[in-house]
Write a protein that binds this ligand. Structure first.
Ligand SMILES: [Ca+2]
Ligand SMILES: [Ca+2]
Length: 219
């Protein structure tokens, strides 16, 4: 999705037998602060027995990179909030990719993101750090080894050199370690996660001028 553009989405209900009236509610965490509560984050509400066509206006100040989209479909009643529990229906999370929005905000800085969204009408550009690294996208994240054996890493590097990419658990145990030839500027690498158990991990980039970690959730 390009920031500032309109994207058309089709939500199609599946029925084992006859069609029922389903109520839909869909969200995108545009500012990537971990909730669907900010202005404009409800992208669709509606109901019907067949497919729903949704026009999504991608905000110009959306965060760039991977964002979470949640689609809830409930029989007979509105699904309520993004974390509502109900019996007849389904909730699915997706990852959408936005380009041309704001510079990606590191997960640890998420709390400040609401404020940043308000001052973000200023155009931003992808920057290359003068040293070390900057993650620009990690996807899919969360990842399921049943579906994807690898996680893609996009990051910017301040140096062209051989770096180490490690996956660690939260106790600091190194589970995998590989070498990667990083270029100055944008890079894309992948990490094999096929043998990781469900849990939360850290992906770490290590070079001579710095290191950077990113949280990875394996489902
Ligand atoms: Ca949000
Ligand atoms: Ca928020």
């Amino acid at each position: 999705m390009q920031a500032g553009s309109n994207v058309t989405l089709t939500l199609t209900p599946g029925f084992a037998g006859q069609a029922y009236t389903e109520y839909w509610k869909a969200y995108i965490d545009w500012n990537r602060d971990g909730d669907f509560d900010d202005a404009g984050e409800v992208i669709f509400q509606g109901n019907g027995t067949s497919a729903q066509t949704v026009t999504v206006a991608v905000p110009v100040n959306a965060a760039s990179g991977a964002l979470r989209m949640r689609v809830a479909m409930r029989w007979d009643l509105s699904p309520g909030g993004p974390c509502c529990i109900f019996y007849y229906g389904e909730v699915e999370d997706y990852t959408v990719y936005v380009q041309g929005g704001n510079i990606r905000v590191a997960p640890g800085a998420a709390a400040a993101n609401d404020d940043q969204a308000q001052q973000s009408s200023v155009a931003t550009v992808e920057t290359t750090p003068t040293s070390g690294f900057e993650f620009t996208a990690t996807y899919p994240n969360p990842v399921s080894p049943v579906v994807n054996s690898k996680v893609n890493l996009e990051f910017r590097s301040g140096a062209g050199e051989t770096i180490t990419i490690r996956v660690m658990d939260f106790s600091g145990h190194v589970l995998t370690s590989t070498l990667f030839e990083a270029q100055i500027g944008g890079n894309r690498a992948s990490v094999d996660i096929s043998r990781l158990a469900a849990g939360t991990y850290l992906i770490e980039l290590i070079g001579t001028t710095g290191r950077r970690t990113e949280k990875l959730i394996v489902q």
